[in-house]
Design a protein around this ligand. Structure first.
Ligand code: HEC
Length: 331
């Protein structure tokens, strides 16, 4: 039941963002491009192996400094594109074994690069996320006999006035999702205040809005909330105290906020939490490790694992480089 709700939520969400994207750009990275990388490249350029020190399973790794693999808006100059269109058997062709990519696939990659090579934040390869437990043993259950409260319809109408739809996540279920992200800077703590009466919410996206700690009071008592996007908001440690009671939370995104280790301590009791995003926050490695101790099944996406991997790989490089490095170290 729950997994159906989540996947339908995703479908609804993709449909929404897909429509929006089609106005500007044809290629949908998550739908058109990432599956190609996943299928044909990530086994050699992913979490397990990084052939040629190259990774294609996440944005940071692909666009790391000095890489010429993908040069946005210029497929012709992008090494990645050059390699996938080489004739079968060429020594540089990628994938370097098995069948080359098909023409429609290489065309998609070309168009994607020429349209700016947009890799939306938070989108990662299936194999990258498979590092996390894919099927949590215990997951939150939604009650079968849920009836929305009287205040709910009024609150939904009010939110509608701000241009935000609070829509069902699937046909004939009472559960709802609300996405404020598209209204971005129009969304303030006052606008989201009525959310407190929408107890049927299972997914709430406040990313990139003007919401602050005070706004989180409105979500404090949403008993069934499973997915919460707070990335790129003004939320801080103090605000996270309001999440303590959201015990059904499975996914929380705090990317690009001022949240630090102290804030994470408020999350230690969220036993179903499985995915937490804290890149570009003030969270430290120790803070993340501490939370992970309390919640062993939690996967925390920080961005540092990539940095430390790069370091490891650089060591066994050319001998001359090694000497250089040693000199550097002594300084
Ligand atoms: C079976 C393993 C394998 C697969 C699958 C594979 N690669 Fe590679 N790739 C390599 C190896 C080995 C190297 C390093 C040697 C070289 O540069 O040719 C490499 C290097 C590269 C480089 C150069 C990296 C750099 O910065 O120097 C790019 C770009 C690349 N691969 C892209 C791809 C793409 C795109 C795919 C999928 C369409 C892919 N590879 C699939 C093994 C693989």
């Amino acid at each position: 039941m729950k997994s159906r709700i989540i996947s339908l939520t995703l479908v609804a969400f993709t449909a929404l963002t897909g429509n929006r994207a089609s106005a500007q750009a044809k290629i949908d990275f998550a739908k058109d491009i990432l599956p190609i990388f996943d299928q044909s490249c990530v086994k050699c350029h992913g979490p397990e192996k990084q052939k040629g020190k190259f990774r294609l399973d996440n944005k940071e790794a692909l666009f790391k400094k000095d890489s010429t693999a993908v040069i946005p808006n210029d497929a012709a100059k992008s090494d990645l594109y050059r390699r996938i269109i080489l004739p079968k058997g060429h020594e540089d062709i990628m994938p370097n074994e098995g069948e080359p990519l098909s023409k429609p696939q290489t065309d998609l990659v070309r168009d994607w690069i020429n349209q700016g090579a947009v890799w939306p934040d938070g989108v990662v390869s299936k194999s990258a996320s498979s590092v996390a437990p894919s099927k949590p043993k215990n997951e939150p259950l939604l009650p079968k006999d849920f009836k929305p409260g009287d205040a709910e319809a009024k609150a939904i109408a009010k939110i509608g006035q701000a241009g935000v739809d609070v829509r069902p996540v699937a046909m004939s279920v009472p559960w709802r999702e609300a996405n404020f992200r598209l209204q971005g800077s129009n969304i303030t703590d006052t606008v989201i205040a009525p959310v407190k009466d929408v107890t049927s919410l299972v997914e709430l996206n406040l990313a990139n809005t003007k919401v602050t700690d005070a706004g989180l009071l409105a979500i404090k008592a949403l008993p069934y909330l499973q997915r919460l996007h707070l990335e790129l908001t003004g939320v801080t440690d103090a605000g996270l105290a309001n999440l303590k009671g959201l015990t059904n939370l499975v996914y929380l995104n705090l990317y690009g906020t001022a949240v630090s280790d102290a804030g994470l301590e408020h999350l230690a009791g969220l036993r179903y939490l499985r995915n937490l995003y804290v890149w570009q926050s003030k969270v430290t490695e120790e803070g993340a490790a501490k939370l992970k101790k309390a919640l062993p099944e939690l996967s925390i996406l920080t961005g540092w694992d990539l940095k430390s991997l790069e370091k490891k790989e650089e060591k066994p490089a050319e001998k001359s480089e090694k000497k250089e490095e040693k000199k550097e170290d002594k300084k």
